[in-house]
Design a protein around this ligand. Sequence first.
Ligand code: AMP
Length: 426
Amino acid sequence: MKFQIPKGTFDILPYGADEPWKLSSLWRYAEEIIRQTALEYGYREIRTPIYEQTELFNRGAGESSDIVMKEMFTFEDKGGRSMSLRPEGTSSVMRAFIENNLAQSGSIHKLFYIAPMFRYDRPQAGRYRQHHQFGVEALGVAGPAQDAEVIDLLCETYRRLGLKDLTVDLNSVGDAPSRIAYREALQNFLRPHFQELSEDSRTRFEKNPLRILDSKDPKDREILQNAPSILESLSEPAKEHFNELRHLLDKCRIHYRINDRIVRGLDYYKKTVFEVTAKIVGAQNALGGGGRYDGLIASFGGPDLPGVGFGTGIERILQTMVSQNVAMPEEMHPLVYFLPLGDEAKEPCFTLVTECRHQKIPAEIDLQSKKIQNGLQNALRLSAKVCAIIGSEELKKGVAQIKHLESRRQEEVPLDRLVDYFKELL
Ligand code: AMP
């Protein structure tokens, strides 16, 4: 029987990947930069299970959001409870934050995660059923400086990863009074067009009209062109928050543009929302986004702490790095490749390769080749720096023939000096 990978998923491979962004060396490189940047900004790592009670995501992401309405991987466990694979990070982090009483250890909490997410999407280019996100949640600060920090962290991470030509779209979806005002303004504007709207948008008209702004339907988009701007409905406090945030971003020279059409797909956002897109050959690539979600923790039964965060797709980041020709990291190569010639050399070579490894010298041994040519080819394939050839002659003399694979220079080195010799090559 031949098994196949589930639809909408992919393998991350050390070599042999059909696309360069699926190479594990690239994932490791990006994840290291991401982790380092988040830690430097004072964020601490949190890891939560990949599945939770379905109800958590209904409450968190909101029952009218696409990811809950259409895209959740939901199953019943053996106890008859409805569980779902996590479609986004924030709800799980809120659950863990409350359940573990993290609020007890201070008033400000800055958390980050790098984790797989699951959405039962229609398979299409760039959308996977399992994808990975880097996300942060900054809890406890209501002022706009926290929003600015989070946006800056996102941009700085992209910058350190070498991404170019990014656009930061910024908007405010206001506080509760602003949304009540805007809801009415938007419904009044859309009412004469109701019959022309897509089915999804008609469903949202009463439930959550703001989300109509998110519609990708061409006819909806045409109608929306003249829709009123949410920025005109902002209450005084929401307006002040937005202006202060813009001021801070300007001061820090973080470039953005105002885009009053972005509302983000999840229901919990308040005030600030933002999205970052990258320009790649012939297209735009949505890299990540986020916003403020004051009130969310309280709605889960936790303390009433404000919060702001983002999520960014690692696949999209890596694809953009590849298409923008960002310099890629080198795989680790062995410094030395031991090539024992004949059975009697195998044991001494194995002892030597082990000694090298214990001394943190990347070393490999050929346990298979019978011919020197095959062994040298293997060493070249692995891009080793030198090959240590040991046969019966060498054993008698107590030396190894060291072949430098680039210069082809060869020299004899006594076995008891070998480790020191390699250390100098490191
Ligand atoms: P969202 O929670 O939908 O705003 O997603 C945050 C980021 O995750 C997006 O900007 C994408 O980079 C990435 N993302 C979301 N859904 C998918 C998916 N199905 N496949 C790949 N990446 C995704």
